[in-house]
Design a protein around this ligand. Structure first.
Ligand code: GLC
Length: 463
C-alpha cells in the first residue's frame, strides 16, 4: 500500500519552482489572450466601465445561474459600502443539464416568478435585473452576450451562440413579468464588483466552486484584439476563463497524471478546461475516485460494494463527491475516527479491518490532502501571474495591499484550503522580503448577485 500511495502522492506534488515556471507561462498567456482572439486564455472583455465606489444605492433583482444552483435575490444597495439581500436558491435539476438550453431559461423565469410571489417583493415591481451567468460569454455590451459554450458537465448545444439576455428576457415576457435585464456578468465579475463595492482595494476575484475561474482589473488600452477606448486611464474587468489554461498545447503544459487524462477523456467536454479539471469542486472527488479504482484493481484496497458498482473508470463516475472527500479530510483533521470510518464504509466503500483501519485512514487522508493541495497550488499559479502583471503594467503598486475576492464551496468548506492558498501566494510573491506579502485573500461568500446589482447601479450613477 505504501509504495502505491507514495508514488501517487509524488505525482500529485508540485514543487515551488515548477509553480513559478507555470506562473510565468500563465502571465505570458494573459498577454496573448489580450492580443489574439484565438489564444489559449479567452480573456473576455466584460464591458464593465463603471466600477462601483460603494456609494451606489438602489433595489435590484438578481439571478445567478451557476453550475449547481440557481439563486434569485432582491439586493438593496444602501450606499456607504453596505447592502441588504433577500435571496432564495434551488438546485438545477439534472434533467435540464442536457438537451434544449431554452428549458434552463424557462426554469429561471419560473423561479423568479416564485420569488416574486412574496407580496413585499412583488410590490417593488417593475425591477431591473442583473444576470450572473457562470459560463463564458462573448459580450459586445454590458447588456448583451452570446453563450460561447458550456462547462461543468452541462451540455445544451442548441443555445450556443445565442444571446443569454435575449433568452432570459423572452422567458420573462412569456410569464408577463415586468422585469428588464440590464446587466450580464460572469460570476467572477459579479464577485469582483461586489467586493469592490465593499472594499476599494479589490483588484481580482477567483471562483473555487463547481468550476474555477478568475477576473481582474485591466486597462482598456491593453485589449488589443478588438477595438476599445484607447484612453489609458479607462479601466475595465477581464473574465480570464482560466479553466482553459493548458488546453491548446501540443506538448502538455500541465503536469497531468493518468487520472487527469482519464477524467478528461470520460468527461462531456474532453480536451477542454484541463486546468479547471485539476482545480475545481466538480472534479476533485472524481480524481480521488479514479485513484481508488486503480488501488482496488491492484488489490491495494478491498472493495465492499456490489459487483455492478465495483469501481472502474467508467462505472459510476462522479459517485464520490468532493464534499465526501472534504468531509473525510475534515474528520481526519479533527481526529474524528468514527466519522472517518463511516465515510470510508458508506461513500468510499473500502474495507477496513480493525488491524488495517488506522493505516487506511491515514493513507486516504494523505491522498485527499495531495489532491486538494495540488488544486491550491495551481490556483496560486493563476493569482500570482495576475498580480505580477498588474504591478508590471503599473495598475497597482507593489507597496499597496492587493485584495482578491474568493468565493466558492471549495474555498469556503475544504479544510485548510483558504489558509494554504494564502500561504502559497505569499510564498510565491514574497521574494527576498520575508516579512511582507501584499496579496490578501478575502472570502466573498455568495456575493456575485450584489456585484450584478452594483454593475447596474454604477452605470446609473454616471448617467
Ligand atoms: C467555469 C465557467 C466560468 C465560470 C467558472 C466558475 O469555468 O466556464 O465562466 O466563471 O466555471 O463558476
Amino acid at each position: 500500500m505504501d509504495c502505491f500511495i507514495e508514488e501517487i502522492i509524488s505525482e500529485l506534488t508540485l514543487p515551488v519552482p515548477k509553480l513559478q515556471e507555470l506562473s510565468l507561462r500563465f502571465e505570458e498567456e494573459l498577454e496573448n489572450g489580450l492580443l489574439r482572439p484565438d489564444a489559449m486564455l479567452k480573456m473576455l472583455p466584460t464591458f464593465v466601465f463603471a466600477l462601483p465606489t460603494g456609494s451606489e444605492v438602489g433595489k435590484y433583482l438578481t439571478v445567478d445561474l451557476g453550475g449547481t444552483n440557481l439563486r434569485v435575490a432582491l439586493v438593496d444597495l444602501l450606499g456607504n459600502h453596505k447592502y441588504s439581500i433577500r435571496k432564495d436558491s434551488w438546485p438545477i435539476p439534472d434533467s435540464l443539464k442536457s438537451g434544449h438550453g431554452t428549458k434552463i431559461f424557462t426554469f429561471i423565469a419560473q423561479k423568479i416568478e416564485e420569488f416574486l410571489a412574496h407580496p413585499e417583493i412583488e410590490a417593488e415591481l417593475p425591477l431591473k435585473l442583473g444576470f450572473t451567468f457562470s459560463f463564458p460569454i462573448q459580450q459586445e455590451s454590458l447588456q448583451h452576450g452570446c453563450i460561447m459554450g458550456w462547462s461543468k458537465e452541462i451540455e445544451c448545444a442548441d443555445v450556443i451562440g445565442q444571446d443569454a439576455v435575449k433568452l432570459l428576457q423572452e422567458s420573462l415576457h412569456q410569464r408577463g413579468l415586468d422585469i428588464s435585464v440590464e446587466a450580464l456578468v460572469n460570476d467572477t465579475v459579479g464577485t469582483l464588483l461586489a467586493q469592490k463595492y465593499r472594499d476599494d482595494r479589490t483588484g481580482m476575484s477567483v471562483i473555487l466552486g463547481t468550476g474555477s475561474n478568475a477576473a481582474y482589473i485591466e486597462r482598456c488600452s491593453e485589449i488589443k484584439k478588438q477595438n476599445f477606448p484607447k484612453n489609458d486611464q479607462q479601466l475595465t474587468l477581464i473574465n480570464i476563463e482560466w479553466g482553459t489554461f493548458g488546453d491548446t498545447e501540443a506538448e502538455p503544459l500541465l503536469p497531468l497524471t493518468r487520472f487527469d487524462v482519464t477524467l478528461d477523456s470520460e468527461s462531456k467536454n474532453s480536451k477542454q478546461q484541463k486546468f479547471e479539471k485539476m482545480i475545481s469542486g466538480m472534479y476533485l472527488g472524481e480524481i480521488f475516485r479514479l485513484i481508488l479504482c486503480e488501488a482496488v484493481e491492484k488489490g491495494i484496497f478491498n472493495w465492499t460494494g456490489t459487483d455492478e458498482t465495483k469501481p472502474a473508470a467508467s462505472v459510476s463516475p462522479y459517485s464520490i463527491k468532493t464534499k465526501d472527500m472534504s468531509d473525510f479530510h475534515e474528520a481526519f483533521v479533527s481526529e474524528n475516527r468514527e466519522k472517518c470510518l463511516e465515510i470510508i464504509a458508506e461513500k468510499f466503500k473500502i474495507e477496513c479491518s480493525t488491524e488495517t483501519s488506522d493505516k487506511i485512514i491515514t493513507q486516504l487522508a494523505r491522498l485527499c490532502e495531495s489532491i486538494s493541495l495540488r488544486s491550491c497550488c495551481l490556483c496560486a499559479v493563476g493569482i500570482t501571474a495576475v498580480y505580477r502583471r498588474l504591478i508590471r503594467h503599473d495598475i497597482i503598486k507593489s507597496t499597496d495591499l492587493f485584495t482578491v475576492a474568493v468565493d466558492g464551496s471549495l474555498y469556503q468548506h475544504y479544510p485548510n484550503y483558504s489558509k494554504i492558498l494564502q500561504e502559497l501566494v505569499c510564498q510565491m510573491t514574497r521574494g527576498s522580503d520575508e516579512a511582507c506579502c501584499r496579496i490578501v485573500l478575502v472570502m466573498a461568500e455568495d456575493l456575485s448577485s450584489v456585484g450584478a446589482a452594483a454593475a447596474i447601479a454604477a452605470i446609473e450613477n454616471i448617467k
